[in-house]
Design a protein around this ligand. Structure first.
Ligand SMILES: *Cc1c(COP(=O)(O)O)cnc(C)c1O
Length: 372
């Protein structure tokens, strides 16, 4: 039996040619494709600067450094995300402070963010979960209220192509972060990007990604503690073509999402993420939530049976605060963030990529409905 894959990158001959072209030059890293990719990406998002690196996780880490997050600083994050959204705070010895999500949008709840702000809050990292922008305006208002200067970093790793009130995802807060793993809308194999209007943050990230070297300094001159977070020119060449094709890719993904909606319409046992006013979604994954009558065990059983019938699928996400090292370190337990837990127990990612066929979607939806 052939399995319908959960995700698949959208690679054409143009990407292959672009990669081969780089391989025929001596510039496999720190060559001309890096600034070309960064310029194109900054222009796409409408920001002054873009800094490319080897992963979305590294991009988040570099922004924690740029923002000066350190021991004693609190950073407000969502428990319903990929682990890196909170781990980046731990990398710099800060304290992640979780605020629960909204039951309908599945994104961090602005009212709960406000309630968790203290004198030690240094930053807030809203995540655009599954390609839908978080509701930034009320969070920004809370971050600025009473003369506060809390920095806002957007984890837009899942949202290349999404918009919030006319702005590109990533360009809404002080800085945004993208990830280019092969399941993302735009892939470079591995890769990430920071976008920002802040020159000091862009300069900091360019240095940190390259072993703490300063622009114009020598190869063995290290002005600060840095890492090797560089991205190769091979990956950048791939990213440049993917970015040229991004409208085509996101449009194809939207068509697939619409085909799913048609086939799952009127099924009250399947709940979809609510899109907020003023936002447009860029489809990253197709996640449905089972209604409350189902338990986590029921959901896991359905996932197992879907896989046995050749449908690639997964739970999505597992609550970050319940990962074993968060439990051990901070004493979190079930019940701490109930909206996130109820949601995480019941969400399922179905096969989703730009080239899913109508027949495959029929198979997925018929199989899923028969298991409900
Ligand atoms: C993909 C992703 C990242 C970054 O992942 P990398 O694998 O490090 O590129 C960060 N946050 C979220 C929410 C993501 O989905």
């Amino acid at each position: 039996m052939k399995t319908i894959p959960l995700a698949r990158p959208d690679i054409t001959q143009r990407e292959i040619d672009a990669v081969v072209e780089v391989l025929q030059t001596p510039n496999l890293s720190l060559g001309p494709k890096l600034p070309e990719f960064e310029r194109a990406f900054a222009e796409y998002c409408g920001t002054r600067y873009a800094v490319a690196c080897n992963s979305g996780t590294s991009a988040l880490h570099m922004l924690m450094i740029a923002a000066g997050v350190g021991p004693g600083d609190e950073v407000i994050v969502t428990p319903f995300s990929f682990i890196a959204s909170a781990n980046c705070v731990l990398f710099e010895r800060g304290t992640p402070v979780f605020a629960d999500v909204d039951p309908d949008t599945w994104n961090i709840d602005p009212k709960l963010v406000e309630a968790r702000i203290t004198d030690r809050t240094k930053a807030i990292i809203p995540v655009d979960v599954f390609g839908q922008p978080a509701d930034f305006d009320p969070i920004l208002a809370a971050a600025r209220a009473g003369g506060r200067s809390i920095v806002m970093i957007e984890d837009s790793c899942e949202a290349t192509g999404a918009t919030y009130k006319g702005k590109s995802a990533g360009a809404i807060a002080d800085a945004g972060v993208f990830g280019f793993y092969p399941n993302k809308q735009l892939t470079t194999g591995e890769g990430g990007m920071i976008v920002t209007d802040r020159r000091d943050w862009a300069d900091s990230a360019r240095s940190v990604r390259n072993q703490g070297r300063d622009a114009g300094g020598g190869w063995l001159a290290h002005a600060r503690l840095g890492y090797n977070f560089r991205i190769s020119d091979i990956s950048c060449a791939l990213g440049i073509v993917q970015l040229e094709r991004i409208d085509e890719i996101t449009a194809a993904r939207l068509r697939v999402a619409e085909m799913y909606f048609e086939r799952l319409a009127g099924e009250p046992r399947l709940i979809h993420q609510k899109v907020i006013d003023g936002a447009t979604v860029s489809w990253f994954v197709f996640v449905v939530r089972l209604s409350d009558e189902y338990s986590r065990e029921d959901r896991d059983g359905i996932l197992t049976q879907l896989r046995e019938r050749g449908v690639g699928c997964s739970n999505y996400f597992a609550p970050i605060h319940l990962q074993p090292f968060y439990v051990e370190r901070f004493g979190f337990k079930r019940g701490d963030f109930p909206v996130c837990e109820t949601l995480a127990d019941r969400t399922m990612a179905l096969p989703f990529h730009a080239h899913l066929t109508e027949r495959e979607i029929d198979t997925v939806c018929t199989t899923l409905k028969s298991l409900l």
